[in-house]
Design a protein around this ligand. Structure first.
Ligand SMILES: NC(=O)c1ccc[n+]([C@@H]2O[C@H](COP(=O)([O-])OP(=O)(O)OC[C@H]3O[C@@H](n4cnc5c(N)ncnc54)[C@H](O)[C@@H]3O)[C@@H](O)[C@H]2O)c1
Ligand SMILES: CC(C)[C@H](C(=O)O)[C@@H](O)C(=O)O
Ligand SMILES: [Mg+2]
Length: 407
């Protein structure tokens, strides 16, 4: 199979959907296209589907149906390869990321993931943890730039745990470095210290090239949004952060039009709750980005609303909700599928360059919310409580209502 097209095209046009403008889009892939009559599909893409664990299969099933319908309107068809990752892969094959899964992902046009992890595997050794499978997948796909948009939709202001006047209008983008830092740094492991006491250790390490490339993605992102970039670090204490800040300032010279600020991560965690509207684009390292994006998700009403796109210099991107496998609600039809549905929209937009189909999904989500449907996590008085499946059906109806009527 031909390689998928380059992922990061830094000078691409912004888009106008509610997921907020972003600089990273792709050329329309040259691969996988067939020309044919109007009655049959005009484009085909291959998607590796990774349902994973817990609520993963529930939300992926919804997202797949929505993706299919939204894209079919433009004559797009998908060839799915569904392969195991995480706990599901451990149970089937004994490893959290089988070679076949990584190969399928690498050969696809885009990868859509549900979530991994669960109590059953929590005590596994590191190399046999579901989470290790996900990290290996990100590493294997070289998707270093993780975009996590947090937008407070007007329909969900009352679902936010923050006061209306604080939450209303929040629209920020966390650009998280995804394949470096303490998640991957060496040395790491377990051992004993000089007193013979047991220790566990990890290393936060960043090379200049890793900071420079995520910085450029972030500056480009900010440039196409409101032109403000806040770099979040812990440069008052950590050498790795001091170096991070130095490189960010160096790259900033290429972007005189972007207003750069720096903030310590502890303050940023507080400011996100105090006055989230002060933020436009945030760039930060792997671990701070993980934590701050979960925090930002609650401003929007729920972690069940936040999609993400993970992109590299070339090859397929990885699209996944930012939430986990939610074992506490798994199998109960309670999960909010919208984060995954919106991740599918990001896949269409950034992964395949299919902006019309992506917008159709975003519009369908807004329409479904406008019609009052809510899963439990975003429920408020006066709205209609539905489960994961019914929410999916309502989104499908909203997509369907956008099908142009025959002339
Ligand atoms: N990308 C991933 O696959 C990913 C991300 C985070 C956590 N995890 C894994 O998931 C497992 C559970 O982790 P956790 O509990 O810390 O985080 P989690 O995100 O799974 O759940 C945190 C809380 O949010 C709720 N929640 C999450 N997604 C939801 C949704 N779509 N709709 C409604 N409610 C939702 C859960 O019910 C839970 O109360 C762990 O094994 C963890 O490692 C995986
Ligand atoms: C499951 C875990 C490895 C992952 C991370 O820390 O990146 C998750 O929390 C996320 O945000 O995608
Ligand atoms: Mg996380």
């Amino acid at each position: 199979m031909a390689a998928a097209p380059a992922c990061l095209q830094l000078n691409a046009k912004p888009f106008s959907s509610f997921l907020s403008p972003n600089p990273i889009s792709k050329h329309t892939p040259k691969v996988g296209r067939i020309s044919c009559s109007a009655a049959s599909p005009s484009k085909r893409y291959s998607i590796t589907l990774l349902p994973g664990d817990g609520i993963g299969p529930e939300v992926i099933s919804v997202a797949k149906n929505v993706l299919n319908l939204a894209a079919s309107i433009d004559g797009i068809e998908f060839k799915y390869e569904e392969v195991p990752i995480g706990g599901a892969a451990l149970d089937l094959t004994g490893v959290p990321l089988p070679d076949e899964t990584l190969l399928s992902a690498k050969q696809s046009d885009a990868v859509l993931l549900g979530a991994i992890g669960g109590y059953k595997w929590d005590k596994n050794e590191k190399h046999l943890k579901p989470e290790t499978g996900l990290l290996k997948l990100r590493e294997g796909l070289k998707v270093f730039a993780n975009l996590r948009p947090a937008t407070v939709l007007p329909q969900l202001v009352d679902a936010s745990t923050l006061k209306r006047e604080v939450a209303e209008g929040v629209d920020l983008m966390v650009v998280r470095e995804l394949t470096g830092g303490i998640y991957f740094g060496k040395p790491r492991g377990f051992g004993t210290n000089e007193n013979g006491e047991e220790i566990g250790f990890n290393t936060e390490v960043y090379a200049a090239y890793e900071i420079d490339r995520i910085a450029r993605v972030a500056f480009e992102t900010a440039r196409k949004r409101k032109g403000r970039l806040c770099s979040v670090d812990k440069a008052n204490v950590l050498e790795a952060s001091m170096f991070w800040r130095k490189r960010i300032m160096e790259i900033a010279l290429e972007y005189p039009d972007v207003e750069l600020s720096h903030m310590y991560v502890d303050n940023a965690a507080m400011q996100l709750i105090r006055d989230p509207k002060q933020f436009d684009t945030i760039v930060t390292n792997n671990i701070f980005g993980d934590i701050l994006s979960d925090e930002a998700s609650m401003i929007t009403g729920s972690i069940g609303m936040l999609p993400s796109a993970s992109l590299g210099e070339s090859g397929p991107g990885l699209y996944e909700p930012i939430h986990g496998s939610a074992p506490d609600i798994a199998g109960q039809d309670k999960a909010n599928p919208l984060a995954t549905v919106l991740s599918a929209a990001m896949l269409l937009k950034y992964g395949l360059g299919e902006e019309k189909a992506a917008k159709r999904i975003e519009d369908a989500v807004l329409d479904t919310l406008n019609r009052g449907f809510r899963t439990g996590d975003i429920y408020s008085t006066g709205t209609k409580l539905v489960g994961c499946k019914e929410m999916g059906e309502e989104v499908l109806k909203s997509v369907d209502s956008q099908v142009p009527s025959p002339v």
